[in-house]
Design a protein around this ligand. Structure first.
Ligand code: PHB
Length: 385
């Protein structure tokens, strides 16, 4: 082989090898313990995106490095994020189920100039903690205020609030109260319950004694929803005519079928329901079921994973082999897409998501329970910012 051809061949081989460097995404979330499904749903949403669009963008394979916080566990989340940027040299940090985990990892993203794609953590403050954060889930005030608007418009006047005692719960309580009172409603009393393993019975009894028309609540998605509805049923609040209104975390698609008849008729506000009627969602739900045999149905964390992955792919498409944190953030700011949940965009000023918030009612179709959307608020931003 003459030298010219040899040089050409080695150049081609070298650039092909370079082009094949994977893009590394560190996915930090709980994958074991009480919130194991948070991580599994996010990863499930990412897998559904790969199923529909492939796992290679601009010639680069996207590699997911799964890291389990076992959380809620901010110290572990911070250590894992640190290791991902220093040892594994990831291009993106992603995931983050619980607000305290996202807050703990935020300084790592800032220091390393790595985009941090939040797929759940939903307290308002999260996006303010690093200029490298963009959020593809929701903010609790964004979904809580519309529930208050809807309740006031639909003749509910006296509400008792119950929230988990940490940042997302406090955000939810304040946003609901502010909006409800501005529309003429009254919050008769408010209670905050421990984040871990609350015993709902005494709180539910207090609510019963106060005789409100409804209880508005936020608890982190998962087993707590089942425990709350059980206490609500056992203490006979429904029989007293007390309604449950909540953020959709209560009727999360992942646990909805385990909640049973007490949950029928519960009204919630949220950004995603697996029952959302659109071609994009039908394709997503189908792909999700095909690649996640053990999960059955995507929930709002899965759609956060899907949309976060779509946004990462957009960055890789535009930046190719030169992924730079600052340039990536410029692309993420102002990102727009038609998501399985409906239209979404990232507000360039806050790096937080702008989206439709739906009002839904739990209904039974065949043997399954679904959050059926019947009203909506479009282009909703986080009202707390
Ligand atoms: C959070 O900690 O930010 C969080 C966790 C679970 C939810 C919503 C928010 O369902």
């Amino acid at each position: 082989m003459n030298r010219k051809i040899l040089a050409l061949v080695s150049l081609t081989v070298a650039s092909a090898a370079f082009a094949q460097e994977p893009v590394k995404v560190g996915l930090v979330a709980p994958f074991s313990g009480i919130a194991a499904d948070y991580g599994k749903q996010m990863e499930g949403g990412i897998k559904a995106w790969f199923k529909l669009h492939g796992d290679t963008v601009n010639g680069r394979k996207i590699e997911i490095l799964v890291r389990d916080t076992t959380g809620p566990n901010p110290e572990i989340a911070k250590r894992l994020a640190q290791e991902l940027v220093t040892r594994d040299k990831v291009d993106f940090l992603a995931g983050f189920g619980f607000t305290p985990e996202a807050l703990a990892a935020a300084p790592i993203a800032t220091e390393a100039k790595k985009p941090m794609v939040v797929m759940n953590a939903a307290s308002s403050v999260v996006t303010t903690r690093s200029p490298y954060i963009a959020r593809f889930s929701m903010a609790l005030p964004q979904v809580s205020a519309p529930m208050a608007t809807w309740a006031a418009k639909n003749g509910i006047k006296k509400v008792y609030t119950l929230v988990a005692d940490y940042a997302p719960g406090i955000d939810s309580e304040s946003a609901f109260k502010k909006e409800f009172e501005s529309k003429g409603g009254q919050v008769v009393d408010s209670v905050r319950v421990p984040l871990r393993n609350p015993d709902f019975a005494p709180f539910v009894q207090r609510i019963k004694d106060a005789k409100p028309e409804a209880v508005f609540m936020f608890v982190p998605a998962g087993e707590q929803s089942i425990a709350f509805m059980k206490a609500f049923e056992e203490r006979g609040l429904a029989k007293e005519g007390i309604k449950v209104i909540a953020t959709g975390d209560l009727t999360d698609d992942d646990v909805l079928n385990s909640m049973g008849d007490p949950v029928l008729g519960v009204i919630t506000s949220h950004h995603y329901s697996a029952a959302h009627d659109s071609p994009e969602n039908k394709a997503f739900v189908k792909a999700f079921a095909e690649v996640n045999k053990e999960l059955k149905r995507p929930n709002f964390m899965a759609v956060g994973g899907y949309d976060g992955m779509a946004a990462i792919a957009e960055v890789v498409k535009k930046l190719g082999n030169n992924i730079d944190g600052d340039k990536a953030m410029e692309i993420l700011k102002g990102y727009k897409a038609m998501s399985p949940r409906g239209p979404i965009s990232i507000d360039p000023a806050t790096r937080d998501i702008v989206q439709t918030v739906y009002i839904r009612r739990v209904e039974k179709r065949g043997n399954e329970y679904w959050n059926i959307e019947f009203d909506k608020f479009t282009d909703v931003k986080d009202p707390a910012k």
